[in-house]
Design a protein around this ligand. Structure first.
Ligand SMILES: *Cc1c(COP(=O)(O)O)cnc(C)c1O
Length: 424
């Protein structure tokens, strides 16, 4: 099924009222553990010989529904939900990497991911090479014998560069390594990276998928197409010390990765999603497609309005005619370009701070993808820890203001920015 049918899947997949005391809404299974029939059954569960529930760090019936919906929406083989987008990245990557391994990543990344790769992973001997993704050949140049995966964001935050997923997937596969795509900003309502060759898709569910700004969450989605037995990934193709010498690839085949994420990743790193948050995120997912249409529509109108304002020096939004990569917009985001707009003022850094301090509807906070409109000045906040050079490569200039356009009436949003502009 194509992306067009996600509206239906988001409402129904992975849940059957008849199996849940006829409850139409997905219940919150607020339990830490599950009663075993007897010790033999428990043994079979622990050895992964029988599917079932053991402990909510590993799986939970509410979380299951969210996972099954995300799997159905992406036409994937399986999903695991986690406590945050960040823990999704950590759990997915540490299920593949070990000391000495390398990552090749696009440089225009969410600030938290940049720091994770650039500082924390290096402490554990996992080295990341950051490349300018505007030319996919840069990935080929950076890959060496230690590289175990490519990581990108489909729509970079806050640079709003659309990456050529298909070209980068081809490069990854030529080198027998998987492509991991953080699709948070585009959301599955606008783009399914698996259609273009991505092997693993990551989300911060905190953003558009939840949409209401109440709950942190993350997701790891496995396309089930990567050959983990190609010789580069012995953790998948050789006996596992963690499971009585079981060989993941022999037992779980194309679901090996996502099974390892749950049985070793969630078990050992402990980044389980609370079932209460899963419930909240399920409510958000139900209306994702509808909301994304309005986010896209509002953002395009606001970007056009900004381009005509005398106070504004530049505007970046992939839906604008002046956006430099029109062919990539057509290929990857034809139905809409999401709700993030960035712009710079002629009044520079100080002007940007003044506007961010004086909007009333646009709330000053560090989040995106909320139903309410948000504003931030990354150079003084989210990207403040980066050096000038790093700020440039991640696309954060000192004058940049990032707007996350919500679902308010467009006239009210324009009115709010107009009054803030009058103060500079
Ligand atoms: C917010 C965000 C993350 C991190 O997600 P959390 O849920 O905040 O941990 C990762 N990637 C992108 C693109 C994000 O916007």
């Amino acid at each position: 099924m194509s992306v067009h049918q996600i509206a239906t899947k988001a409402l129904h997949s992975g849940y059957n009222p008849a199996e849940n005391q006829t409850a139409m809404a997905v219940p919150i299974f607020q339990t830490s553990s599950y009663v075993f029939e007897n010790t033999n059954e428990a043994a079979a569960l622990f050895e992964l010989k029988k599917p079932g529930y053991i402990y909510t760090r590993l799986n939970n019936p509410t979380n299951d529904v969210l996972e099954k919906r995300l799997t159905a929406i992406h036409n994937a083989v399986g999903s695991v939900v986690t406590a945050s987008g960040t823990s999704a990245i950590v759990t997915a990557l540490l299920s593949i990497l070990k000391q000495g391994d390398g990552i090749v990543s696009s440089s225009s990344l969410y600030g938290g991911t940049y720091n994770l790769f650039n500082v924390t992973f290096r402490r554990f001997g996992i080295n990341t090479l950051f490349v300018d993704a505007s030319d996919p050949k840069n990935f080929t140049t950076a890959i060496n014998e230690k590289t175990k995966l490519i990581f990108i964001e489909s729509l970079g935050n806050p640079k709003l560069d659309i990456l050529d997923i298909e070209a980068i997937a081809t490069i990854a596969h030529q080198h027998d390594i998987p492509l991991i795509v953080d699709n948070t900003i585009a959301s599955p309502a606008l783009l399914n990276p698996i259609d273009f060759g991505a092997d693993i898709v990551i989300y911060s569910l905190t953003k558009y998928i939840s949409g209401n700004g109440t709950s942190l969450g993350g997701a790891i989605i496995d396309a089930g197409k990567f050959n983990w037995a190609n010789g580069k990934f012995p953790e998948f193709s050789e006996p596992s010390d963690a499971y009585h010498q079981m060989v993941f690839w022999d037992v779980f085949k194309n679901a090996s990765f996502i099974t390892k994420v749950r049985t070793e990743g969630l078990r050992d790193l402990g980044s389980a999603l609370s079932p209460f948050n899963a419930f909240q995120i399920i409510q958000g997912l139900e209306t994702l497609e509808l909301r994304m249409k309005k986010h896209c529509d509002n953002a395009l109108q606001l970007a056009k309005w900004l381009s005509e304002r005398p106070e504004v020096k530049w505007v970046n939004y992939p839906g604008l005619d002046q956006y430099p990569y029109a062919d990539l917009v057509q290929k990857y985001l034809p139905y809409g370009q999401s709700g993030i707009v960035t712009f710079g003022l002629k009044a520079g850094y100080e002007g940007a701070k003044k506007v961010a301090d004086n909007t009333k509807l646009f709330k000053l906070l560090a989040n995106v993808g909320d139903s309410k409109s948000l504003i931030i000045h990354p150079a003084s906040t989210t990207h403040q820890q980066l050096t000038q050079e790093q700020q440039q490569s991640t696309g954060v200039t000192s004058d940049l203001i990032r707007l996350s356009i919500g679902l308010e009436h467009i006239d009210d949003l324009i009115h709010d920015l107009t009054q803030a502009f009058q103060l500079i």
